[in-house]
Design a protein around this ligand. Structure first.
Ligand code: SF4
Ligand code: SF4
Length: 483
């Protein structure tokens, strides 16, 4: 029977059960595994395209370690089947928790509101908000610092979506993402601050970007523990297909650095054949999951699992690794032995937030054993200081002379975003200088060296961070979004 046709009582019962099981498991400190399935493209026949999602729901229902499925949004393209219809088809296959990812790319605020209402009434368990990568409709030649390129697509900021869901009263678990795999001091702290902004805006849990650098996953936990933020965090882990491994390069996954030597290792494994490659990946996934658990993660979200048989292999390997590596020193020895001297940083001197990562005898943050790496944020330019100071000064009433109005127009010529623009969240710089016009913090997709996803210049938020640091107002970068 289609979920669409279930009556209101059935829907409410379903919602209460699944939401509560996922929420209780996360908040009760249980380690969970979630499988991802990508939203199918609209050109794919519906029934065959949702088959893998159905299988993953059945695998989830059949095994206690797995706590449901996550549908990722617009990762394969922007012309997709309706995510709520896909969700209903998956929930018909098995009654397991289902989380929908909502990507903000190419989505207006109105479209988001409508989608949220439909998702809630369909009885889904949670919504994971992501800003998303560059839209295929984005005009070429855009880069940070360019204010007015014609007809940019909408990008709804993930923090704003979290704020809106939180205030909508929707009975769903609210998730936000964080990218711990950044290798400049500015990019890394910007990700931490934005994650805290998401928590302060209503996020119930966080999910990391995909990555293999376990030092970075430990650093995120240490940072949250140092700041005394206690929130469930899931680490996103990838199982790659042979086709993906053969094509993999440094920028293969948006926002996820794949170091050359690691890509070479994957390709060496693949050259031995499918079974050897799968076996090596399963071993690594098990080790990653066990390490995450020991470091304080609440679970893992696995991308790339196709078919019930592979799902079972992944579950068995994770269960085996959780049992085998129950102590941190034993896990650390196994991880180091498997990767010998492999360097996961894509930069020669990539930034790590703490010293002693993957080196102490204790996986959790301890102030005297986990010193911060001392590295200052860059200074703001004189032009940015003047722009921000003037903007703030001129917006203090009652300075309304024609001269001040003229200067105001120079600083902010106005644009289609005038009504929603809140430059106080980005140190009074113009948010239109970010190609995605974000104002609450960066997306997760800058390159390892800090260059914007669109190229051409460093991420716009480096300048925001520099101004906030110089003004000793870093806390403003992590404040919740005000209504
Ligand atoms: S309204 Fe906001 S985004 Fe538009 S030009 Fe002014 S400061 Fe920039
Ligand atoms: S400027 Fe930063 S936040 Fe904006 S699109 Fe580029 S990388 Fe993303």
């Amino acid at each position: 029977m289609s979920t669409k046709r279930k009556d209101a009582n059935q829907l409410n019962m379903h919602l209460a059960e699944t939401t509560s099981s996922l929420k209780n498991r996360l908040q009760g400190g249980e380690f969970v595994v979630q499988f991802e399935t990508p939203l199918p493209l609209s050109q794919e026949p519906f029934d065959s395209a949702v088959e893998n999602g159905r299988n993953l729901m059945k695998a989830s229902k059949a095994d206690d370690l797995v706590s449901g499925v996550v549908i990722t949004d617009r990762t394969r393209g922007e012309e997709c089947h309706d995510i709520v219809e896909v969700a209903e088809a998956l929930m018909d296959a098995a009654d397991a928790p289902l989380v929908l990812t909502f990507a903000g790319k190419n989505r207006s605020g109105q479209a988001f509101r409508e989608l949220l209402a439909r998702a809630e009434s369909a009885g889904i368990s949670g919504i994971l908000s992501v800003t998303g990568d560059r839209s295929a409709e984005h005009p070429h030649g855009d880069q940070p610092g360019k204010r007015r390129t014609k007809a940019r697509p909408d990008y709804l900021d993930s923090a704003e979506m979290i704020h809106r869901i939180h205030h909508s009263g929707a009975n769903v678990l609210i998730g936000g993402t964080v990218n711990p795999f950044k290798y400049t001091v500015s990019d890394q702290y910007l990700q931490y601050y934005k994650a805290l902004r998401k928590i302060n805006s209503g996020s119930d849990y966080l999910v990391t970007h995909i990555g293999w650098d376990m030092s970075k996953l430990q650093a995120l936990q240490w940072y949250l523990q140092m700041r005394e933020f206690s929130i469930p965090v899931l680490a996103r882990i990838a199982l790659l297909s042979m086709e993906e491994i053969n094509q993999i390069h440094e920028d293969y996954l948006p926002g996820t650095p794949v170091p050359k030597n690691f890509a070479a290792m994957l390709q060496r494994e693949a050259s031995l054949g499918y079974n050897q490659s799968l076996s090596a990946q399963l071993h690594r996934i098990g080790l990653q999951a066990a390490g995450c658990k020991l470091m304080g993660y609440s679970g893992v979200q696995i991308r790339g699992v196709s078919g019930q048989e592979t799902a079972n292999m992944v579950i068995n390997r994770i269960r085996e690794a959780l049992n085998t590596y129950s102590s941190y020193p034993a896990w650390l020895e196994a991880w180091k032995e498997h990767h010998t001297d492999l360097r996961f940083s894509p930069l020669l001197n990539g930034f790590y937030t703490f010293r002693n990562l993957l080196n102490t005898d204790h996986p959790m943050y301890e102030p005297d054993k986990c010193p911060l790496t001392e590295e200052s944020f860059p200074q703001p330019s004189g032009k940015d200081r003047m722009h921000a100071g003037l903007y703030r000064f001129l917006n203090e009433p009652p300075l309304l002379s024609s001269l001040t109005q003229r200067i105001q127009r120079l600083l902010c010529p106005g644009c289609d975003n005038k009504d929603s623009c809140r430059p106080e969240y980005c140190e009074y710089l113009c948010p239109a200088e970010c190609p995605k016009q974000l104002m609450y913090g960066p997306c997760g997709n800058s390159s390892p060296d800090g260059t914007c996803e669109f190229g051409g210049a460093p991420c716009f938020f480096h300048r925001v961070l520099a101004l906030a640091a110089a003004g000793k107002k870093l806390d403003t970068l992590e404040s919740g979004i005000a209504s």
